[in-house]
Every structure is written in C-alpha cells, then in structure tokens.
Design a protein around this ligand. Structure first.
Ligand code: IDP
Length: 151
C-alpha cells in the first residue's frame, strides 16, 4: 500500500473564522494521520516560493497578500493516497462549484478565500513539505487505529 504525505494549509480566512479544528477534524476523521503541524505567519518570500507556479498569473499579488494577511496552520498529513484523498475532500478551487460535503463546498464561498490548501501532485507535495518543514519536524509514529484505516 502506497503511503503518501501531503502538505495542508489552513488559510488565514479559516483561522480568523475559527475553523482550524473543523478542517483538521475532517482530515483526522477520514483516517489521515497528522505527522507535522505548526502555526505560523508566512513571510512574503515563503508565500512567493510556495505559489511560484502562479507567478505570472494576474491574481498572484492578491494571492500572496491574502496568504500573508494573518496566521495559518500548516501540516503534513499521511495516509494511503493522501494527496488525492485530501484534494477530493477539499473540493474544487472555486468553492462555488465545490460539492456539498467537501471542505470548500461546505465552508467557503469565493475562490480568493477558500479555506484550505492541499498539494496537487506527488511532486508538489514533496516540494511543499520540504519548503515548510525540516525533516526532523516530521514524525513517524504508530496509531492503534492505523490497521483499521490504512490496512
Ligand atoms: P488549489 O488551491 O485548488 O490547488 P490553484 O490553482 O493551485 O488552486 O491556485 C492556488 C490558489 O490561488 C487558489 O486556492 C485560490 O485561492 C487562488 N486562485 C486560483 N485561481 C484564482 C483566480 O482565478 N482568481 C483569484 N484567485 C485564484
């Protein structure tokens, strides 16, 4: 079974709205394992590096301004197909077309304030996890439930 790790960010809108627990609880309830977690205020340079693929887009400066506008919670979640599972749970980039039951479909309204980031591919996950966490900040541990959710 292919265990994957992916980066999640609870964005500033969700922190301000008191949704940290709600977002993390959904990921935990699915069975995903948090293996790293911290609260931080992203610098402009970290935000620009994280969103480098969007550098040429017209919304880039708004995106960097938003993601650096307040504290975020950044984590690494691990599990079978963690990258795809997290993306599916997030819904579409635009909350307006995200189905009910998804994080964005239940908790967000606009594309610029869409509550959560999750890495979009194995390559992105590897790059983004390394951008936010040192190797020793990512923990390896067993949970008693692992054989019931990741067996
Ligand atoms: P994702 O977060 O669903 O992976 P990306 O295409 O990687 O979506 O875009 C990163 C973030 O940039 C989105 O979550 C969203 O907040 C913002 N964004 C994407 N497209 C637009 C747009 O057309 N207008 C404004 N913001 C956008």
């Amino acid at each position: 079974m292919g265990l994957e790790r992916t980066l999640i960010i609870v964005k500033p809108d969700a922190v301000q709205r008191g949704l940290i627990g709600e977002v993390l609880a959904r990921l935990e309830r699915r069975g995903l394992k948090l293996v790293a977690l911290k609260m931080m205020w992203m610098s402009e340079s970290l935000a620009e590096a994280h969103y480098a693929e969007h550098r040429e887009k017209e919304f880039f400066s708004d995106l960097v301004r938003f993601i650096t506008s307040g504290p975020v919670v950044v984590g690494v979640v691990e599990g079978p197909n963690a990258i795809e599972v997290t993306r599916t749970m997030m819904g579409e980039t635009n909350p307006a077309t995200s189905p009910p039951g998804s994080i964005r479909g239940d908790l967000a309204l606009t594309i610029s304030q869409n509550v959560i980031h999750g890495s979009s591919s194995p390559e992105a996950a590897q790059r983004e996890v390394a951008l936010f966490f040192r190797p020793e900040e990512i923990l390896s541990y067993e949970r008693a439930i692992d054989r019931w959710v990741a067996g």
